[in-house]
Design a protein around this ligand. Sequence first.
Ligand code: C5P
Length: 249
Amino acid sequence: MLPSLYIALDAPDKEAALALAKQCQGLPLGFKVGMELFYGEGMPIVRNLQALSDYPVFVDLKLHDIPVTVERAAANLVRQGVRFFNIHAQGGPVMMEAAKNGAIEALPATDSEDSLTILAVTLLTSLSAHDVNQHLQANVSPNDYVAHLAKASQAAGLNGVVCSAKEATVVRDACGEGFLKITPGIRLPENIVGDQQRVMTPEKAIHAGATTLVVGRPITQAANPCVAAQTFCAAVASASCAAPTKAGA
Ligand code: C5P
């Protein structure tokens, strides 16, 4: 079971990432390693963070290539101990199935398929409805675009999607409660939005059906990251207690 909060450790190097992680160690949250940190530090930082956490480190590399390449990349991640990673739903159903197959084949005999969490990124939270229409040339709303890719991800056997909290409800309606909705673009009212477009507060995200929130800069750039992380943990915990579940979903 994943925690309700992952910190995006978008730090320039392992020293900065580990310092942040150690400040938040012991809180009910996981650590996410994205491209900036992974391409700088590689697998050792994933292993370092794994040692600091009770939860799987989320390796957010958004694999997106032809199916055979993604299959082999996924297998290599799993061979090196990664159990939680993501790919891009826009790579298509064959690519998504290939990623899952590669990951399963690379598991050691001691680990079951259940040890894997593979997510598909639907639509980056930095893209707006205008971008969907003008750049992607998709004549649909972000809701419909994300719901379509979520259903395709579920059909490919993935565990859930990365989407904006604004689409969590449509994904829940399309794919059910058990399908993970991991949502970046989370901000408190006082936080700077930055380059994100489709943002929500933690409370609203949980009420909308998000299963795990991803928070980066509002924690990592805070004057006191530990206090900021505690604030997000408390917001998530109280919203989770109050969140309605959809009967029969
Ligand atoms: O700093 P901030 O809270 O905006 O960080 C969000 C994190 O989530 C970043 O690491 C970003 O790469 C990641 N992410 C995202 N939108 C997606 C998928 C991942 O913002 N759709």
